[in-house]
Design a protein around this ligand. Structure first.
Ligand code: ATR
Length: 304
């Protein structure tokens, strides 16, 4: 099996993969995609479940997405995962969208079962499971500050709302986008769960002074921006603004500690990176494709 496949490979699939055994019937589609850890995790799971298939990486541009989705369907793929930059565009290339994915406005998992392409989003539920795993707490008991209102930020904020978290604050570089997201979630926060003089749902500006105030009224801070993906990126919130009572979750993961995780530990807070969210969103995708429980421990081991 090749490290990365392309549209050209899919067009000549039989020839390209004639010696690949078991056959490739699943994959992750992205640009860039070389860094994706999903193949190692999903292939370990497939093998543990004795499912005779493999999961591959596909380097596909936005202009190629539509054709690729129709090709993989014709090639009898079970499903695919979508990553940057395809999660939003994919909504327009499926027959049917699960209500969660519709509300989030992004699809990270497609299942081709029964000749229908169905779009799902497992990021929000994956995040919720990751928080329980990492910190042994449930979102409903937390005051959450989410940094970012893009695909990941929307999935996370929506999950917090669905689980009726105590308080949700959204900080986004483009304030209006954060505000729009908060407006969409307003209905989830009409209940009486009151936590002092601060509002239960709020969008704030991406400024140190605004974040400093919110930190005192938050339990969990989540980085749902790509800040930290590049070596040398600063922490989205400086260490001096963080405090020991916090839990910090960085959806970014890398082999080295991200600046956000380092800043949190320096401040005496607990911190985790996005590997646990990757694990759980992948396990949920596998459950959608095969309607069976995912071998979570096998999958986790591949990410250690
Ligand atoms: P993803 O699907 O990974 O969430 P996305 O939809 O492109 O990616 O969203 C990226 C998010 O990170 C957005 O909230 C973006 O803020 P804007 O709405 O202002 O664009 C945020 N973001 C990206 N780069 C950032 C940076 N350097 N500093 C702060 N926020 C950033």
């Amino acid at each position: 099996m090749k490290e990365i496949y392309t549209l050209a490979d899919l067009k000549d699939w039989e020839k390209t993969t004639h010696d690949v055994d078991p056959p490739i019937r699943l994959g992750v589609i992205g640009d860039p995609v070389a860094h994706s850890l999903s193949p190692q995790m999903q292939n370990a799971a497939l093998s543990a479940c004795k499912i005779d298939m493999q999961y591959a990486r596909f380097q596909i541009s936005s202009a190629e997405l539509c054709e690729v989705l129709s090709l993989v369907r014709k090639l009898d793929f079970i499903g695919v995962n979508l990553t940057v930059p395809h999660k939003i565009a994919a909504l327009d290339h499926v027959d049917d969208v699960d209500p969660d994915a519709r509300r989030i406005g992004a699809v990270n998992t497609i299942s081709f079962a029964g000749k229908t392409a169905r779009g799902f989003n497992t990021d929000g539920r994956g995040f919720s499971r990751a928080i329980r795993d990492e910190f042994s707490v449930d979102l409903r008991d937390l005051r959450v500050l989410v940094l970012g209102a893009g695909g990941a930020g929307r999935a996370i904020a929506m999950q917090c709302a669905k689980e009726n978290c105590e308080r949700l604050v959204i900080a986004n570089r483009t304030f209006e986008k954060g505000e729009q997201l908060a407006d969409k979630l307003r209905n989830f926060f009409t209940g009486p769960k009151v936590v002092g003089p601060v509002p239960r749902l709020q969008a704030i500006r991406w400024e140190e002074s605004a974040c400093r105030f919110q930190v005192a009224n938050a339990d969990l801070i989540v980085n749902a921006t790509p800040v930290g993906l590049n070596r040398g990126d600063a922490s989205p919130i400086p260490a001096q603004v963080l405090a020991p009572h916090l839990m910090v979750y960085d959806t970014v993961y890398s082999s080295e500690r991200t600046a956000f995780v380092s800043a949190a530990l320096e401040a005496g807070a607990r911190a985790a990176n996005g590997l646990s969210m990757l694990l759980h969103q992948g396990a949920l995708a596998l459950e959608i494709w095969f309607q069976r429980e995912a071998p979570i421990d096998v999958m986790r081991k591949t990410l250690l």
